[in-house]
Design a protein around this ligand. Structure first.
Ligand SMILES: Nc1nc2c(c(=O)[nH]1)N[C@H]1C(S)=C(S)[C@@H](COP(=O)(O)OP(=O)(O)OC[C@H]3O[C@@H](n4cnc5c(=O)[nH]c(N)nc54)[C@H](O)[C@@H]3O)O[C@H]1N2
Ligand SMILES: Nc1nc2c(c(=O)[nH]1)N[C@H]1C(S)=C(S)[C@@H](COP(=O)(O)OP(=O)(O)OC[C@H]3O[C@@H](n4cnc5c(=O)[nH]c(N)nc54)[C@H](O)[C@@H]3O)O[C@H]1N2
Ligand SMILES: [Mo]
Length: 745
């Protein structure tokens, strides 16, 4: 046995899959990773690990990993690939993408990513160097993941905010300035399992151990809701009504923070009037939550000295998710819970460091003025939906797939897919996506394993590195972390390295000032006064010093505005709950509620046929979306795709526990194994998305049995939001159960 070296690093995608941030120790023996354990010296997770991190050795050295670039040699979907060298693979990408650019323009290649892994930096670096404004989470209907919440916060508060669990303070819970929230509303989130969006879920549990009480807004009985003071068991998709109802109670009963509202809030009277349209009995009827519970929870939150809200992706998936997020943000605004200890703390990236440029000036310097013109004029969906037009960055997923199908107003010919399993995980209307994407001339995919999307579409596959195999840095709120390469597997390369090399071929002039990716990291990290290696030498993480990057009450200290004056970073200097940006963009400046597109009220006939509301995607901590089904330690714990069904419903359908059933609607059906459970209400069922069987045949038509299990086949689209942000119907689709009988497929 050789010597085992222990290296601290930060987990961020490839491997755990997640939004990352955990300090992990890598145990390396003779150049091989032999164990991963939580790093106790890291302030984020303080030594803890999740099952996916603990199973890293099985992920890194899995026999199915793609460890060399591959080229397709058979027909698309035949599953015939052959290894080629990196040079050959990148030459082909350069040539094929170059040809599309020459013939149709750079906008005819889309750059597709999945959720917020370590990818925003590398993929925009490549897309913009190539010249395409079409960076898209293809298939994520309504861009219904965090973007609607971000959009609502930025336009009202001028900032982003998160529940304060002391994460911006080095001493964490020991810091005397911090106070535990008296109440935390855990709103459509399952934090212990999911740790999303720069937030470590177990922090909520840490707060509970320090006295925080929970208000859970969740249609299901979960670990969190069963430990809550109040469980508001909401009808899926009706969160907007609940938020407005609570707001109305707080305003009517005058339990809001009058001083804060007086000094810092713009548009209170208008909000008051709008909220009055949501009296508690009406809201109780919409949400199926007893009126008394809504009142009690609203009072508990508003009367607390400090209280926080930690919200999740179901909010984005409500119709008009931006309006729902706007409504919820009004709760923390009128109660004055902004940037106070144990409230909603303003979240900024450590030292202001970001993985990719946001400002026009920086974009122009790197990629040329032409890119900005393309972003404004050619970005897909910007001419259709206000939130895409005014939030530069993303193209609209819903419009992109239509445009691939129609070629209107210009053809889409190629796709660069990196960190997304569009067909097997991300896309609602999965079959429509599959059919449309088959029409693309050229598809390059960067991934670690085969999945239904690589099998069905890839012309070139490039093998990505896991986090122990890569150099990178992370600055998603706080701290700023370094990720340092310690092992090598096959010829795998990091996403940064792959994109850096190809980007240089497309934009040699703009990018010539960096010889290596580390040079680029050093430049991005400049505001911190540290280089990548400096940060490594400090132990791999650092937090912003006293000043704009550190809480609390920065609006009083003049830390938020460019002019250095007290106030918020909005035109009025106040929190603009009457949303002037929305008004200017032709949207409702006040929050409102929209009924889900499928429900007893909106589609009574459909409801008669399909009386069950299907909630999908309540995360398992064993899997990240469609990943990890091939990892033995994880799969063993959850071998089959299941559906949670209430005992009464099981009785009605005459279904026993463990029996395989179909979930079906007019779009088709999928298979699930029944788990009879009190977690769901009788009229709801819940099932995890992302299922395919890596152990099954990959070649068409099988595609790892994806069509047997992929729930997104029966989730409709396009999104249900006028603004374009929000309303992917992942939590509100109507279905029925059917016994699988002999002869049924
Ligand atoms: N029914 C239903 N569907 C949903 C949801 C739901 O709640 N219900 N949630 C939606 C949401 S919120 C989101 S954000 C999307 C997410 O959807 P995706 O992010 O597309 O998730 P996956 O399907 O797991 O596909 C990710 C792929 O990236 C690869 N990968 C992982 N890490 C890396 C890496 O570091 N580098 C590279 N190059 N590849 C990597 C994995 O192997 C996998 O093949 O899914 C959406 N789909
Ligand atoms: N292990 C693991 N972690 C993950 C992921 C993963 O796949 N696996 N995915 C990552 C991604 S991209 C995301 S977006 C996040 C998502 O993570 P979260 O934001 O936590 O969201 P979900 O797990 O979809 O749902 C959280 C809870 O909301 C409830 N819910 C369902 N519908 C509604 C509704 O209409 N209203 C309300 N109020 N509640 C509802 C569900 O019952 C569930 O308990 O997790 C991230 N972290
Ligand atoms: Mo997500």
């Amino acid at each position: 046995m050789g010597k085992i070296d222990v290296y601290p690093t930060t987990a961020w995608s490839a491997g755990t899959g997640c939004h990352g941030g955990c300090g992990q120790n890598l145990f390396v023996e003779d150049g091989k990773l032999v164990k991963v354990e939580g790093n106790e010296d890291h302030p984020w997770n303080q030594g803890r690990s999740c099952p996916r991190a603990l199973a890293m050795t099985q992920y890194v050295y899995h026999e199915d990993r793609i460890t060399q670039p591959q080229i397709r040699v058979g027909e698309r979907g035949e599953g015939k690939f052959e290894p080629i060298s990196w040079d050959e693979a990148l030459d082909i990408c350069e040539e094929r993408m170059g040809k599309i650019r020459d013939e149709h323009g750079a906008e005819s290649v889309i750059f597709v990513q999945g959720t917020g892994r370590d990818i925003g930096g590398p993929i925009t670096f490549l897309a913009y160097s190539y010249g395409s404004p079409n960076w898209v989470q293809l298939g994520l209907s309504g861009h219904s993941c965090y973007t609607p919440r971000l959009g609502a916060m930025k336009t009202t508060l001028g900032e982003f905010a998160v529940a304060d669990c002391s994460q911006f303070l080095e001493k964490r819970y020991e810091d005397p300035e911090w106070e535990a929230p008296e109440y935390i509303i855990v709103w459509g989130q399952n934090p212990p399992n999911t740790c999303p969006d720069g937030f470590y879920g177990p922090w909520i549990v840490d707060c509970m151990q320090r006295g925080s009480k929970i208000i859970s807004v969740d249609p299901r009985n979960t670990w969190m809701s069963t430990r809550a003071e109040y469980h508001l068991q909401i009808r899926p998709g009706t969160d907007g009504a609940l938020a407005l109802g609570m707001l109305n109670i707080i305003i009517e009963e005058e339990i809001y923070d009058k001083d804060f509202v007086e000094k810092w809030v713009d548009g209170f009277d208008a909000i008051k009037e709008r909220a009055a349209e949501y009296p508690v009995d009406k809201v109780a009827a919409i949400t199926e939550i007893p009126a008394a519970d809504i009142q009690a929870a609203a009072r508990a939150y508003a009367n607390a000295k400090q209280a926080a809200i930690q919200w999740g992706v179901p909010i984005d998936m409500c119709p008009d998710g931006t309006a729902v997020a706007h409504a919820i943000s009004c709760l923390w605004t009128v109660t004055g819970n902004i940037d106070i200890p144990g409230g909603q703390v303003i979240a900024k990236p450590a030292f202001g460091v970001t993985a990719y440029p946001f400002s026009s000036e920086e974009l122009i310097e790197l990629y040329g003025k032409d890119l900005i013109t393309r972003m404004n004029e050619k970005r897909i969906g910007a001419d259709v939906y206000p939130m895409y037009k005014h939030f530069r960055g993303w193209a609209s997923p819903d419009v992109t797939i239509e445009q691939i199908e129609t070629g209107d107003p210009y053809p889409i010919k190629g796709a660069w897919i990196q960190t997304a399993n569009v067909i097997g995980g991300q896309a609602a209307r999965a079959k429509f996506h599959y059919d449309a994407m088959k029409k693309l001339d050229f598809v390059a995919i960067v991934d670690l394993f085969h999945n239904p999307t690589t099998m069905a579409l890839a012309d070139i596959i490039l093998p990505a590195a896991t986090f122990p195999e890569k150099n990178s840095f992370r600055s998603w709120w706080t701290p700023m972390d370094s990720i340092k390469k310690r092992v090598q597997v096959g010829e795998c390369r990091s996403d940064w390295e792959i994109n850096f090399e190809l980007a240089k071929r497309f934009n040699p002039e703009g990018l010539q000032r960096w010889a290596t990716v580390i040079d680029y990291f050093d430049e991005r990290m400049e505001p911190s006064g540290m280089t990548f290696e400096d940060l490594e030498a400090k132990g791999g993480w650092a937090m912003s010093p006293e000043g704009p990057g550190r809480p609390y009450r920065r609006y009083e200290k003049g830390h938020l505005r460019a002019d250095g004056k007290p106030g918020f970073n909005t035109p009025s200097g106040k929190v603009e709950i009457y949303n002037k940006s929305f008004e200017e963009w032709g949207m409702d400046p006040l929050p409102f509620y929209t009924e889900p597109p499928q429900s007893e009220a909106s589609t009574p006939d459909l409801f008669k046929k399909y009386p069950l509301v299907m909630i999908t995607g309540a995360r398992s901590n064993l899997f990240f979306h469609s990943e990890h089904r091939q990892i033995p330690w994880l799969r063993e714990k959850e071998p089959d795709p299941t559906v949670e069904i209430h005992p009464d419903t099981a009785k009605e359908y005459n279904i026993y526990d463990g029996e395989w059933v179909h979930l079906e609607n007019d779009m088709g059906h999928i298979k699930r194994k029944t788990v009879i459970s009190l977690k769901v209400k009788p009229n709801h069922v819940q099932t995890l998305h992302g299922w395919f069987k890596p152990e099954a045949e990959g070649a068409e038509p099988n595609l790892f049995n994806v069509w047997d299990y992929q729930v997104n086949q029966i989730i409709p689209g396009p999104q249900a939001s006028k603004s374009g942000f929000g309303g992917g119907q992942y939590k509100t689709t109507l279905v029925r159960l059917a016994k699988i009988t002999e002869g049924s497929a």
